[in-house]
Design a protein around this ligand. Structure first.
Ligand SMILES: CC(C)(COP(=O)(O)OP(=O)(O)OC[C@H]1O[C@@H](n2cnc3c(N)ncnc32)[C@H](O)[C@@H]1OP(=O)(O)O)[C@@H](O)C(=O)NCCC(=O)NCCS
Length: 250
């Protein structure tokens, strides 16, 4: 899977039927981090202050600050003036943003953002760690069908398959906005490396299968990433922030 993250000027408009994905480095210079911190609302600064480890705090600040920058560009609003609301499960949305919807995810040194008009989106990015991808974790979080698919794979491809599954499941529940209140064994996603990302089955509303599109994203060899998009009639556009991003594979 080779995908090109374009380094276009960021003021390209978000057209109907487009889904914009942004990959961004969370590794910021102290000055850049201060500038991003200055964009945050008091509740965001308070949340940042609650992080125990400085690195986690800095990454939260960078991810939120960049979210504000990107939304500010799309809406032509000052980034520091944006007011977020949250649904009952914590999914952020923007007051007064019309039909613009978004989602974000961050892991290790990267953040991933999705923006669209009039359709729900969910993204997930994970730093791939073989030690996390054990059978016990799979049995706890994945459906029986997913566990069985994973079991049949050769050892060498299992870690990648595990994170394919994890990120696709997360992207789907994040698009729905319900977080982990949506049972993780109530749906199946594809996971075999080299095969397309797809929602394979749901055990609730049968219309769900046709309602969503799932895509794997190539965020670098050290990461797995996915986006879930409502509907099927859309085009993905991949962008990178900042234009030079050289540290994605660690
Ligand atoms: C909170 C949750 C939505 C994602 O958590 P996560 O994977 O730890 O973190 P991510 O970086 O991918 O996403 C976090 C961002 O999603 C957004 N978010 C929070 N709640 C959300 C929700 N219910 N729906 C969509 N997005 C949500 C927020 O913007 C948050 O970032 P911020 O608070 O730093 O701004 C939720 O799914 C969760 O708790 N997951 C835990 C991991 C797990 O067990 N996954 C099972 C996978 S099989």
């Amino acid at each position: 899977m080779t995908q090109t993250w374009h380094t276009q000027t960021p003021d390209t408009p978000l057209a109907d039927g487009e889904v914009h994905l942004w990959r961004a480095s969370l590794v910021q210079t102290p000055d850049a981090l201060d500038a991003l911190h200055a964009l945050l609302a008091p509740d965001e600064s308070a949340k940042a202050a609650r992080y125990h480890f400085r690195r986690d705090r800095d990454h939260y600040v960078a991810a939120r600050g960049l979210l504000r920058r990107l939304l500010g560009l799309y809406l032509a609003w000052p980034p520091e003036s944006l007011n977020f609301s949250y649904n009952a499960y914590g999914k952020p949305s923007l007051d007064g943003a019309g039909d613009v919807r978004f989602n974000l995810s961050h892991s290790h040194e990267l953040a991933l953002y999705a923006f669209a008009r009039g359709r729900d989106v969910g993204v997930d990015i994970e730093h791939v760690r073989a030690e996390f991808a054990g059978d016990d974790i799979a049995a706890r979080f994945f459906s029986a069908r997913e566990v069985e698919m994973l079991r049949t794979l050769p050892e060498a491809t299992r870690t990648r398959a595990f994170f394919n599954c994890w990120t696709r499941k997360e992207a789907y529940i994040k698009a729905r906005g319900e977080g982990l209140s949506h049972p993780l064994d109530a749906f199946d996603v594809s996971l075999i490396p080299g095969e397309s990302a797809a929602l394979l089955g749901t055990r609730g509303d049968p219309r769900e299968l046709a309602r969503w599109s799932l895509y794997a994203l190539d965020a670098g060899d050290a990461y797995a990433a996915a986006v879930a998009v409502e509907g099927t009639d859309h085009t993905l556009r991949l962008r990178q922030w900042p234009p030079t991003l050289s540290r994605v594979n660690r």
